[in-house]
Write a protein that binds this ligand. Structure first.
Ligand code: B3K
Ligand code: ZN
Length: 854
């Protein structure tokens, strides 16, 4: 398959003004009539007459005309990827292309284009699904106004924009804003709307609708509330108002990702819309809030201003993630949110950046663009914007964004456009900063400190490891936020150091040696290399005014402790760290959510990355045991504080998903884990499972029981209770795949795949078993005999022909496979080669496997 390159970008040969579509829906044979008002692109006028090239896949062309006239058979050639009309038959002036195509939504298991989910029609067009609906210049720099008529038996027929007319069996929609085809959506089915209204700050009334299947209406309240808060927040924080008469969200059960920002008609994976206290956890509520906000924010960052080509994906995704992070920080606790975001970044993005799948925030080549909706584009893309904001300051950041919206509204843009508004707003040359978009890999930031004759010197230096295709790199501009803390805990100095060259030295004349708090708020996505002794760590954990680094100090100690115990099970654990945890437990001034993070441990996955980052070879089996051991040591060190924390943080009254209540539950969950670590019978967890009146506390208990190998009875009761609720049944599968002890995990997962409810064609269900096993149970998955690997690849070979996008995504979770020992690497390589050799392997999975093996 061809490699698509950024440097080969050319403007489109033809532009579009208007598009009219008529859909006649039928599961096996939907007819699509398209009328495209095309014109030669003046930007390519010098070329004279040119072929008309339209993208199209898996379409049956019924008829086609240009300006009403048939096209001679020998002038129109259809191939696997589209069609070409010979230039001799293409007017060199505006013209109308009309075509009728037939598609089979019911047979579409890839869930891209028009497909069916439990009798309901829906679409997913980003990135290139529209070409599976009709022949079209399917690229984001071709924008058009759409008018859509939907005909079908379904009672509800939806598309983008405003409803202009409807009758029995038909509806017509018009979207006044020009948009690229990837933002097109159509939904039809037996759906019910939960409605509300929002008045924009200029006084326009917007109808808000959340469309769900009958019976789910009572689970939309939180999503609706999150939507209204998002709309208000975008007005207040960015001056952005909603622009159509209505905003619709549809919940769909079969969906490859989280959600999709189609103009005026967002389509969501139902797990990110539906919630009730009995069925959803605090974590679910939090995700719903974030994703509702994210898709809504895309209306300006993505839809009104879109991407010129798919290499610019981070232009909309990095920015929109950054915006949703700001929103969540404002709605909840900023300190907690920042820590959670960094955990996520290190878990997914650092792992990607450190292995064969590493790529720049703005990639320069791809085979299948769907493979680039990655943690690097999204999460690192957001970090880059956070650095920009820090460098220019919040006021200039806002001015730059105002300029961005003013200058580029209605356009398809590039990272160059984005950087330019910052240069214009700040007067700063950002050429070096822009390297963050083109250089892959996680920079290492080394810090050395000296204290001599009343002078404290901090020397920062950077190095950039080689990554695929980038053996040598230039120095980056790294903003390093810092603070110097005196022995009495007072702040001596704080500020920002910009490291632009290989190294930089800064020094202070001081009466005493300070303790430096470096990379505050995690001011750059780098790996900080610093010899911080146990004493300094415990000091920062106790005294740092920067909440991120306060947490980070404990995190560093925990990582060291687990790594040490994994090497030698009888090693001593840093006593200062355990003592500091006791102080944390006693500190009544700390927000419970933050305290829960301070008392928590890094995931096994994070320890794997940490050990590898220091040049070691991680052994997942030993790391699992070491993490358990540290949990027990922590429980012992805290003594009866854990029971006290458990009792003191009970939340009374009816369940509410707000940050304060969720924070108390998180702290209580941590206490329960520590209590359970000391009790082989897991009595407290059993008691909580029996008495819980909400899903958060029930899942906390069930998770601990399963991890203890004591979950059988609780699992059976849980399933009997919730077997009819698909989202809860997903949790039942997930908890077993993630938390079954390592020795038994592969067998348990194999058994789960034989369960009658393992509907593996449903992406949520597939991910809850196979994806969870590979990503959330490292010790089970990496069991030394390779059983986990074989099982995983068996399922990839089965899923790939049915749903290549999801298969490729899950295969990419092996991005860290080279970190392990020779024996595991040999087993993994064998399995990857088996997948690579599969007859008819998709372009999606094929690209991932070949990058993994390169
Ligand atoms: N833009 C979509 C993701 C589309 C993924 C295509 N494979 C959701 C989002 O980022 O908001
Ligand atoms: Zn997005």
């Amino acid at each position: 398959p061809p490699l698509i390159r950024l440097e080969d970008y050319r403007p489109p040969a033809h532009l579009l003004d208007r598009v009219e579509l008529v859909f006649t829906l039928a599961p096996e044979a939907t007819r699509v009539r398209a009328r495209l008002h095309l014109a030669p692109n003046p930007a390519r006028a010098a070329e004279g007459p040119r072929d008309l090239r339209l993208d199209g896949r898996l379409l049956r062309l019924v008829s086609a005309t240009i300006d009403g006239a048939a096209i001679p058979a020998n002038a129109l050639v259809v191939d696997d990827e589209g069609l070409t009309v010979d230039a001799a038959h293409v007017p060199d002036a505006p013209f109308v292309w009309e075509a009728e195509t037939e598609i089979a939504p019911e047979a579409n298991t890839a869930l891209e284009g028009l497909y069916m989910s439990k009798g309901m029609y829906c679409t997913q067009c980003e990135a290139q699904g529209f070409r599976k609906i009709t022949f079209y210049p399917d690229r984001p720099d071709v924008m058009a106004r759409f008018r859509v008529r939907v005909e079908g038996e379904a009672p509800v027929l939806l598309s983008n924009g405003n409803l202009i007319a409807s009758g029995e069996g038909w509806a017509e929609w018009e979207d006044p804003f020009p948009k690229p085809s990837y933002l097109f959506a159509l939904v039809a089915g037996d759906l019910r709307a939960v409605e509300d209204r929002f008045t924009t700050r200029s006084g326009r009334e917007v109808l808000l609708q959340i469309w769900v299947r009958p019976g789910d209406e009572d689970r939309c309240g939180y999503a609706m509330d999150a939507l209204k808060r998002s709309m208000k927040w975008d007005e207040d924080a960015y001056g952005r108002e909603y622009d159509l008469d209505r905003f619709m969200i549809v919940a769909v059960d079969d969906f490859n990702m989280g959600a999709m920002e189609n103009k005026g008609l967002n389509v969501f994976n139902s797990r990110y819309v539906l919630a009730s206290p009995e069925t959803a956890t605090d974590a679910d509520y939090k995700s719903i809030e974030t994703i509702i906000a994210h898709e809504y924010f895309h209306n300006w960052t993505g839809n009104r201003i879109t991407c010129r080509d798919w290499f610019q994906l981070c232009l909309k995704e990095g920015l929109t993630v950054f915006r949703d992070q700001q929103f969540s920080a404002d709605q909840r606790s900023a300190a907690v949110k920042r820590i959670e975001d960094v955990i996520r970044l290190r878990g997914a993005q650092f792992r990607e950046d450190g292995g064969p799948l590493a790529h720049p925030v703005r990639p320069e080549e791809y085979v299948e663009i769907n493979n680039f909706y990655t943690a690097t584009v999204y999460e690192k893309g957001a970090e880059v914007i956070g650095m920009l904001r820090r460098l220019v300051g919040p006021e200039t950041y806002r001015a730059a964004l105002d300029l961005y919206f003013e200058r580029h509204d209605g356009q398809a843009c590039t990272i160059e456009d984005w950087i330019r508004v910052f240069e214009d707003a700040s007067g700063r040359d950002l050429a070096q900063f822009k390297l963050w978009y083109s250089q892959s890999g996680t920079p290492r930031l080394a810090a050395e400190e000296t204290w001599r004759d009343g002078r404290y010197t901090l020397r920062l230096s950077q190095s950039l490891p080689p990554t695929p295709g980038q053996p040598v790199k230039k120095h980056m501009l790294i903003p390093v936020a810092y603070g110097l803390v005196g022995s009495d805990g007072r702040e001596i100095d704080a500020g920002l150091i910009e490291l632009a060259g290989a190294s930089r030295e800064v020094s202070w004349e001081l009466p005493e040696r300070p303790t430096a708090s470096l990379l505050r708020e995690f001011s750059a996505p780098v790996i900080l290399q610093r010899n911080l002794g146990a004493k300094d760590r415990a000091f920062l954990l106790a005294h740092d005014s920067d909440t991120f680094n306060k947490w980070e100090a404990g995190r560093g100690a925990a990582l060291e402790a687990i790594a040490t115990l994994a090497g030698d099970a009888r090693a001593e654990v840093d006593a200062e760290y355990l003592a500091a945890l006791a102080t944390v437990a006693d500190d009544a001034t700390l927000d419970p959510a933050f305290k829960a993070l301070l008392l928590g441990l890094p995931s096994e996955e994070e320890v794997i990355g940490h050990v590898a980052g220091k040049g070691g070879v991680p052994d997942p089996t030993r790391i699992h045991a070491a993490r358990e051991a540290l949990t027990l040591l922590t429980a012992e060190a805290l003594g009866d504080r854990v029971e006290a924390l458990y009792a003191a943080n009970a939340v009374t009254g009816p369940y509410a998903p707000d940050a304060a209540a969720a924070g108390r539950r998180a702290l209580r969950a941590r206490a329960l884990a520590l209590i359970t670590a000391r009790d082989p019978e897991a009595r407290a967890a059993r008691a909580q499972f029996d008495s819980a009146d909400n899903m958060t506390e029930r899942m906390t208990a069930l998770t601990l029981l399963v991890a203890h190998g004591a979950g059988a009875e609780a699992l059976a009761r849980f399933f009997a209770n919730w077997r009819d609720d698909r989202l809860v049944v997903d949790k039942w599968f997930t908890v077993q795949a993630a938390h079954t002890p390592p020795e038994a995990a592969a067998e348990t997962v194999a058994r789960l795949t034989e369960h009658p409810d393992f509907e593996w064609r449903n992406p949520n269900r597939f991910r809850s078993v196979i994806g969870t096993f590979a990503m959330a149970n490292p010790a089970g998955f990496h069991r030394a005999d390779g059983a986990g690997y074989a099982l995983f690849i068996d399922w990839m070979t089965r899923l790939d022909p049915v749903n290549p996008q999801t298969a490729a995504r899950l295969t990419a979770s092996l991005g860290n496979w080279r970190l392990f020992d020779a024996r595991r690497r040999t087993l993994l390589r064998g399995q990857l080669e088996r997948l690579a050799a599969l007859q008819g392997l998709s372009r999606d999975t094929g690209e991932i496997v070949s990058r993994l093996l390169r």
